[in-house]
Every structure is written in C-alpha cells, then in structure tokens.
Design a protein around this ligand. Sequence first.
Ligand SMILES: C[S@@+](CC[C@H](N)C(=O)[O-])C[C@H]1O[C@@H](n2cnc3c(N)ncnc32)[C@H](O)[C@@H]1O
Length: 211
Amino acid sequence: MALSCGNPTAIAGLKEGEIVLDLGSGAGFDCFLAAAKVGQAGRVIGVDMTPEMIEKARDIASKDDYANVEFRLGEIENLPLEDNSVDVVISNCVINLSANKARVFQEIYRVLKPHGRVAISDVALLKELPEKTRISLEAYVGCVAGAMLIDKYKEVVEASGVKDVKVTIQGSSICLDPDTKDPIGRAKLDSLEEGQSLHDYVVSACIEGTK
Ligand SMILES: C[S@@+](CC[C@H](N)C(=O)[O-])C[C@H]1O[C@@H](n2cnc3c(N)ncnc32)[C@H](O)[C@@H]1O
C-alpha cells in the first residue's frame, strides 16, 4: 500500500509534540512513521482525495491504536486545515500528480505556522519527456508524466513564499522490471524509443524549505 519515491519523515527532523501534515497520505504509511516521532504530545494529519485510501488508513489507525493520527478527505489544492496550524508539511510522491502545483505550494504556505518546515519527496524530471510518454495517461498515473522539471521546482516553491528552498536529487525513482505486465509500468516502458531509458529523464527529489 505504500506507493512512494522517498522518505520524507527521515528528512523532516520531526520532534516530540509537533503537528505534521502529510499531503496525499494514501494508506497512511508516512503518517504512522511520523506519529511515532512526534509522540502523544504531537499530532499527524493525513489528507487524501480518495475515499478508499482514507478508509483504509483510518482502519489501520484504529486497529493499531494510533491515537495521535487522523485522516481527512480533501484535495491538496484546497487543504481542509486552518491557516498557520502545522509545524511540518511532508508528502511522498504526490505533488507530481497535481495539475496545479503552484496552488499546492500556496496552500502549504498558508497552513504552515511561522518558521514551519517543508520536507517533501517527489518525482521530478531532468529533461522534457518524449512526446509519447508525456501524453500517456498511464504514465501520468504512474507519477511520471505530471512531474515538473527539476530546474523549475525551486522557482515554483519560492513563488509561494517558502524560504531557504533546497531541491536535491536523491537518485533514480524508477525501479521497473523490463518484462513487467503491469499496465502502468508497461505504458512507461513502451512509450520510449529504442535506446531511451526512464533513468535519463526521471529522478526522485527532496524538497525542503521554511516559512
Ligand atoms: C502515489 S500515491 C502516494 C501515497 C502515499 N503518500 C505513499 O507514499 O504511500 C498518491 C496518493 O495521493 C493522492 N492524491 C493524488 N492527487 C491528490 C490531490 N490532488 N489531492 C489529494 N490527494 C491526492 C491519491 O489519492 C493517492 O492516495
């Protein structure tokens, strides 16, 4: 149930008592890791737009007794949170899926407390994808076709007001069996010409900053 491209809780430097927001929390994997770090004095809020993922995450939280985690149905472009209400925003392989990334970072800025932090893992592009991959819906769903150019990423985050922005490449985000039968994996591989490799285009990036 974890469909990720990094480890935002490892880069977030979470402390006891902090309030953490996870954008596109899926089944809640990173929320549960964060919950252990912020302890009972802290709180973790996961937001996801897919009711089935919210239900799944709530089930796990209730079975495993995570009293300091909650999941809210909502869009990362319109966060169901108050202004200035969280210490840290994390996210793992989600922002590439948004059609309005500038708006997502404006929302992050709005909900962060002054001096709050951003620690995000996401997929980014080293260069423009070949046309066939760029227009493939499966490649979009597979977190490739919606990704931003890495050089543009810093610009978009800074435009939101977030300061001290650092965008670093963590490594390749692609780990595909060349014989995969998975339709999303196949679409990513089959959209490339002979001699092209997704490793030349797609990386896993770590985005940090403060309000
Ligand atoms: C690739 S999965 C990552 C899930 C989780 N972060 C993880 O690492 O396992 C993407 C998740 O983001 C959610 N998502 C995609 N676009 C979203 C949006 N605009 N607003 C809220 N959630 C979104 C999807 O429903 C899905 O659960």
